[in-house]
Design a protein around this ligand. Structure first.
Ligand SMILES: *[C@@H]1O[C@H](CO)[C@@H](O)[C@H](O)[C@H]1NC(C)=O
Length: 204
């Protein structure tokens, strides 16, 4: 079994009209044994910027702590929050620095940039970025997430429809993957508010 699949995970982000959503499953396991059903894989960097980290849970937490530290230093020096594009480059270079002993994580970055333009991107464990206009996926359920998102996604969705779409895509995908699931956690971010919702799913 790949080290990326050890704890199991599913993370997805989608773009709507002047908004975005980022969601993850809530399972933490050790191979086929479930250890926790309330695990967090989506982290806040600032009010309009979030990162989802799939892969090895312990590396996800370490990486998140280092990113918070770097972002705080940036805020002190620049007296402003980081733009999503800048943050993506920071994550990418931090991962590439450890090219020969990487963090076993595949990040998803989602944020609202200048003029509240949504930005989403994903990268592999050594920081090779992949930008997208519609959706990005990662984790052990990524194959089924690609299929679900490909068929359910529509451009320019309003926040409420975006929430329904990302939730249905996540829940149907994790049912096809035995290493992720146990409900979901969804964030819908608009220029004026952030909504946080917990989904119930199959508990088996
Ligand atoms: C996640 O996987 C690692 C494998 O390196 C394991 O050591 C760890 O126990 C797992 N996480 C938890 C909290 O079970």
């Amino acid at each position: 079994m790949s080290i990326f699949e050890y704890n199991g995970s599913a993370v997805v982000a989608m773009v709507g009209k002047n908004c975005f959503a980022i969601a993850s499953d809530r399972r933490l396991g050790v191979q086929l044994q479930t250890v926790a059903t309330d695990f967090q894989r989506v982290f806040k960097i600032h009010g309009k910027l979030y990162i989802g980290l799939s892969g090895l849970a312990s590396d996800a937490q370490t990486l998140y702590q280092r990113l918070v530290f770097k972002h705080k230093l940036y805020q002190l020096r620049e007296e402003r929050d980081m733009k999503p594009e800048t943050f993506a480059s920071l994550v990418s270079s931090m991962l590439y620095e450890k090219r020969f002993g990487p963090y076993f994580c595949q990040p998803i970055i989602a944020g609202l940039g200048q003029d509240d333009e949504p930005f989403i991107c994903t990268m592999d464990c050594i920081g090779a970025k992949e930008l997208a206009k519609d959706f990005v996926v990662s984790g052990t359920a990524s194959e089924s997430l690609y299929g679900a998102c490909e068929s359910m996604y529509k451009p320019n969705m309003e926040p409420e429809e975006l929430f329904e779409t990302i939730s249905q895509a996540l829940l149907s995908s994790v049912d096809r993957d035995c290493l992720s699931g146990w409900g979901g956690y969804v964030l819908i971010v608009t220029p004026t508010e952030v909504q946080e919702r917990v989904l119930k799913g199959r508990m088996d």
